[in-house]
Design a binder for this molecule. Structure first.
Ligand code: ADP
Ligand code: ADP
Length: 233
């Protein structure tokens, strides 16, 4: 079934007297369970599109349908609610709270979802185990490697069982070997039925996705299925 539909979405920014057309007209349909990479040169509109898909921003024109709901004209509060329910974010810089343990970082979104302490910890522990960090829950971010920090961030993104995982340059701060380990984890999540959208400028990383959408100057330049899918033993 369809999870994301953008219909001719545009996004303009006004800078003094100048108008920047960050997105001109973008129509993309993504099915539940797809694993998509967004590529394109700097300034092509990747961040703007990810912000709209992640309900951090709304388009200037066109329509965005998420899970059958038109979110293009929602208020900030309505968007926040959709975002907390539907989207798990993964960032290049991990964005973990430095004073909190791995377990606390992962459990954090559950506070807003209204879970009690023991339910939060139990659930966070289970998700940490699912990303291979079951024995690292008590560690603070600075006691973990880059790859482990990104796994914690991925566990936090998964904790509310989101419809979509949005990852912006998830391997941008990781060495090659660790990057491939994170891609292997994404492949496992994809195999379990998760919908994943990631932005990357690295071809070696993009080829792990099953579909590559290339943006240029605020337009979709190409949208292709990846026939060169890397598989894992
Ligand atoms: P990418 O992620 O592909 O580098 P962006 O979506 O960040 O592209 O940017 C697309 C265009 O929109 C660029 O010209 C950028 O400078 C501009 N832009 C992005 N965000 C803003 C903003 N908040 N205000 C003004 N211009 C912006
Ligand atoms: P990325 O590496 O993800 O493309 P950028 O450096 O392009 O990051 O943008 C970082 C943030 O700043 C984004 O949220 C983008 O929307 C915003 N941004 C990009 N260009 C501009 C701009 N010219 N003016 C204001 N904000 C911008």
């Amino acid at each position: 079934s369809t999870i994301i539909e953008t219909h001719d979405i545009s996004r303009m920014y006004h800078m003094g007297s100048e108008t920047i057309h960050a997105l001109k007209s973008v129509s993309i349909v993504i099915q539940k369970g797809e694993y998509v990479a967004f590529m394109g040169p700097s300034g092509s509109g990747k961040s703007t599109l990810m912000n709209i898909i992640g309900c951090l921003d709304t388009p200037s024109g066109g329509r965005y349908i998420l899970n059958g709901k038109d979110v293009s004209n929602m208020t900030d509060n309505e968007l926040a609610e959709v975002r907390n329910k539907e989207i798990g974010f993964v960032f290049q810089t991990f964005n973990l709270l430095p004073r909190q343990s791995a377990l606390e970082n992962v459990a954090l979104p559950l506070i807003y979802a209204g879970y009690g302490k023991s339910a939060r910890e139990e659930r966070a522990q289970r998700v940490l185990e699912s990303v291979g960090l079951g024995n690292r829950g008590k560690h603070k971010p600075n006691e973990l490697s880059g790859g482990q920090r990104q796994r914690v961030a991925i566990a936090r993104a998964l904790i509310n069982d989101p419809s979509i995982i949005l990852a912006d340059e998830p391997t941008g701060n990781l060495d090659t070997k660790t990057s491939y380990e994170i891609m292997e984890l994404f492949e496992n999540l994809h195999a379990k039925g998760n919908t994943i959208i990631m932005v990357t400028h690295e071809e070696d990383i993009a080829k792990y996705a099953h579909r590559i959408v290339r943006l240029r100057d605020g337009l979709v330049e190409s949208d292709t299925l990846n026939d060169n899918i890397t598989s894992f033993a």
